[in-house]
Design a binder for this molecule. Structure first.
Ligand code: GLU
Ligand code: MG
Length: 458
């Protein structure tokens, strides 16, 4: 951090605090997401925001090594009790929280005491990857879909759906209409452009999608939407879960990531001479991601429970293939309606879930896409059927592989991946692997019901 940066940030914070005071804000929640995917927080009273902006808020680096149950693993580069990081709020994203009166929220970047970026800070890493593409004249636009299930009883651990209506049924919108209105109201007040909300397939399940923005912004929005849904649920005596699997049987919660690649204001995934209008760069970017999906799962499907969701014929995208509007392909190509393709075309990566640290996942996706661009990677033939319906021999002949079926397999692919190793760096690679192995050990011997139970709320 340049020496002039601290007074600049203090100045910004002073102005922001004056505005927030006028809007009744007393406290500011400063969040980051840990390796296991949990949003952690330190809060300051409004009067302290200026100090926090300039000097950061102290936080132990031990959080890099936390697991979903708050136990701590010891990695080579994380897990010790010594050290101090500084949480620097990114004031550009400071938001007054509508469902938590008197509170504002801001995401943080983690630095050391000397003002250097913490090498294991996921948000800074995602920003660095955005910068690398920008240096090549490229911009990515992204959005993460949020699925969640609502249960009765704000403090109940058992899951009892808070609505009874059928999947996609209007009844469900009627049953929880005040609740859903409050979610929409809160997000609108917070400046989040919601595009759609609907009841999903699983019991008590809803989905909300938002407009695409830059990848770091999309990851921030994902954090904000989740916490907003959680807050509105709590105010209504309900409890929201974003877990990959909420009940042992049936469909789970995904967190599908949409990505499009732009050069000079033109979408490289539309209007090109490739399949379905893909441009050359758009195709290479997508192909780079498709190729690395097994490794990326260690970032995007980070829990043992993630692999209970990621099974064939559950719309989770359990096969490494792509296809136009194919909801069983891990990569669904979305062209949009004729006439709007230049704006709408994007790839939707479906195999991920909401336990992912969205910043880490974005960084991994951008690095994989960049590698695809550098090698001018080409997509294989698209798949226009449910791959689970093909005979194994035909799948093999068409080069359609099943994605890892366990977290252990994904971690193995992750550790063997040179592109992710270069992008994330030795320390973060080691810590991610240590945290994933810690979780595998935590659930050793547990049957699916127990895995689901213990992963439902964190
Ligand atoms: N809930 C499904 C999943 O686990 C996705 C349903 C959909 O296609 O929106 O990813
Ligand atoms: Mg959905």
């Amino acid at each position: 951090m340049e020496p002039t940066e601290r007074p600049r940030r203090a100045d910004l914070a002073r102005h922001a605090a004056a505005d927030l005071a006028g809007r009744g804000v007393c406290g500011v929640a400063v969040t980051w997401v840990d390796t296991s995917g949990i949003t952690r927080v330190k809060a300051v009273p409004l009067a302290r925001l200026e100090h926090a902006a300039a000097w950061g808020i102290g936080a132990s680096p031990v959080f890099d090594a936390f697991l979903l149950d708050d136990s701590i693993v010891s990695g080579r580069f994380a897990g010790g009790p010594v050290g101090d990081l500084r949480l620097h709020p990114d004031l550009g994203r400071l938001t007054v929280l509508a469902a938590q009166p008197g509170w504002a929220w801001v995401p943080a970047d983690r630095y050391d005491q000397d003002g250097a970026v913490h090498p294991q800070d996921a948000r800074s890493l995602a920003r660095r990857e955005v910068g690398r593409l920008a240096a090549a004249g490229l911009e990515v636009r992204s959005a993460v879909e949020v699925e969640w299930c609502v249960s009765v009883g704000a403090m109940e651990d058992a899951f009892t759906p808070a609505c009874q209506g059928p999947a996609y049924g209007m009844t469900r919108l009627v049953e929880l209409s005040d609740y859903l209105r409050e979610v929409l109201d809160a997000l609108a007040a917070q400046g989040v452009p919601v595009e759609q909300v609907h009841p999903e397939y699983a019991a008590g399940q809803y989905e909300l999608s938002v407009a695409a923005e830059d990848p770091v912004g999309a990851a921030d929005t994902f954090v904000l939407v989740r916490e907003t849904v959680r807050a509105v649920s709590a105010r209504r005596g309900l409890r929201a879960t974003f877990a990959a699997k909420v009940l042992v049987d049936g469909v789970g919660n995904g967190a599908h990531v949409h990505l499009s690649l732009w050069r000079d204001g033109t979408n490289a995934m539309a209007g090109g001479s490739g399949r379905y209008g893909l441009g050359e760069e758009g195709e290479s970017f997508a192909a780079g991601i498709l190729l690395r999906l097994p490794a990326l799962l260690a970032l995007g499907a980070p829990r043992v429970a993630s692999y209970l969701r990621l099974v064939p014929s559950h719309w989770a995208g359990a096969f490494a293939c792509w296809g136009r509007e194919n909801r069983e392909a891990a990569m669904r190509f979305v062209t949009g309606a004729a006439g709007n393709r230049e704006q709408a075309a994007n790839v939707e990566v479906k195999c991920f879930d909401a336990a992912a640290n969205p910043y880490l996942l974005m960084a991994g996706l951008l690095a994989a896409g960049r590698a695809g661009l550098e090698t001018k990677a080409r997509l294989p033939e698209p798949v226009e059927v449910d791959p689970a319906g093909l005979e194994p021999a035909e799948r093999a002949a068409r080069g359609i592989a099943a994605l890892p079926a366990t977290l252990a397999e994904a971690v193995e692919a992750f550790e063997a991946d040179p592109v992710l190793a270069a992008a994330l760096g030795e320390e973060l690679i080691d810590t991610v692997a240590a945290v994933r192995r810690g979780e595998i050990a935590l659930f050793a011997g547990a049957d699916p019901a127990e895995v689901v139970e213990r992963s439902r709320w964190p």
